[in-house]
Design a protein around this ligand. Structure first.
Ligand code: FAD
Length: 307
């Protein structure tokens, strides 16, 4: 397998710790971690994946992920090189899926294009943002998407217009594809106006959100209320399990100490869900994506015996 991958690209890592590729900094190793820089490499890689039925997963900056401690059996793909390009054409920004959202935000501002201000301070790539419809209460990326280019696992390329993509609260129907690039439709606005909106959004974010190793909001806000309020009203400030704890600054942020286990994070998430359900009758739904091999029951009892 390694030799086949190396025929496609020299950028192949084996037994790569996923803690290095996620903002949570937890999780086990991926069997193979491949950085792909152009379409031809990606198409050849997908052929290989098809031919050998290799389980594979594409990631962006890993800012919305918890990778389980057992890691990922198969292939993790990261887009770089030409997938990081951002081109401006009149009111449109065409951004590769591997480009940073923050770069698109600043390029939009420099070109006096408005519509991305809401995304100031949201980490991650265009691909991750599009697939998860990243946003805040002031906007979401789905609102400004003009079209998205996607690859099917069989290598087929398709251009999806705005109408054929379904965006919902922190979700879309694009998870089954590989997003290659997206075209964002923006409107003209003066530079100072854009900067002033962005600055106030960033200030609000700094005041409300903690710094540390995490993945932003852990749970989606339930209809009509905020996840942080329910958690704050249910659990003690700063409650922790192992190396994972609820941020005292923002109860919907779980942060991890250096060296924490994904299992600490997952057990804390499960505990929060259980307690909020018990006290408030509300089922919190995870906003972060939990990926990787699961513990089987014997692993689980081994773990609890040790703790
Ligand atoms: C401090 C902090 C603050 C945050 N604030 C916000 C916020 O205000 N609003 C918000 O919405 N989010 C927020 N997040 C969460 C996160 O930044 C976003 O969800 C972001 O859009 C994820 O992008 P990513 O590139 O890191 O994706 P990843 O975490 O790498 O991946 C997320 C999902 O997208 C899929 N994916 C990634 N790229 C592609 C692709 N090219 N094709 C197909 N699937 C792909 C992955 O398989 C995975 O399922 C925050 C995170 C942190 C750490």
């Amino acid at each position: 397998m390694l030799s086949q991958l190396l025929k496609i690209t020299p950028r192949v890592l084996t037994h790569e710790p996923m803690s290095k590729h996620t903002s949570f900094g937890v999780g086990g190793v991926a069997d193979f971690f491949v950085t792909i820089e152009n379409r031809s490499e990606l198409e050849r890689l997908l052929q290989l994946v098809q031919q050998y039925h290799i389980p594979s997963l594409i990631i962006g900056s890993g800012t919305n992920l918890v990778v389980r401690d057992k890691g990922i059996r198969g292939l993790v793909i990261r887009l770089a090189g030409e997938f990081r390009q951002i081109i401006v054409e009149h009111n449109l920004i065409r951004a590769g899926a591997g480009a940073l959202l923050s770069k698109a935000v600043s390029i939009a501002a420099k070109n006096e294009l408005s519509g991305l201000e809401f995304a100031a301070g949201i980490p991650g790539t265009i691909g991750g943002a599009i697939v998860g419809n990243a946003g805040t209460e002031t906007g979401c990326i789905g609102n400004i998407v003009n079209q998205v280019e996607v690859l099917f696992v069989d290598g087929r390329l398709e251009r999806l217009t705005r109408d054929s993509v379904e965006f919902s609260y922190r979700n879309s129907n694009l998870r089954k594809y590989i997003v290659i690039n997206a075209e964002l439709l923006l409107t003209k606005r003066d530079f100072l106006g854009i900067i002033s909106t962005m600055n106030s959004i960033l200030k609000k974010r700094q005041n409300a959100q903690p710094k540390g190793m995490g993945a932003g909001s852990i749970f989606k806000n339930p209809e009509g209320t905020f996840a942080w309020k329910l958690i704050r009203d249910t659990l003690p400030d700063g409650m922790r399990i192992g190396g994972a704890y609820i941020s005292p600054k923002h109860a919907n942020f779980i942060l991890a100490d250096k060296g924490a286990k994904a299992d600490d994070v997952l057990r804390l998430m499960a505990y929060v869900q259980e307690q909020v359900k018990k006290d408030c009758g509300v089922e919190l739904v995870a906003e972060v994506r939990v990926i990787g091999e699961e513990f089987d029951l014997s692993d689980w009892s081994d773990q609890s015996d040790n703790s």
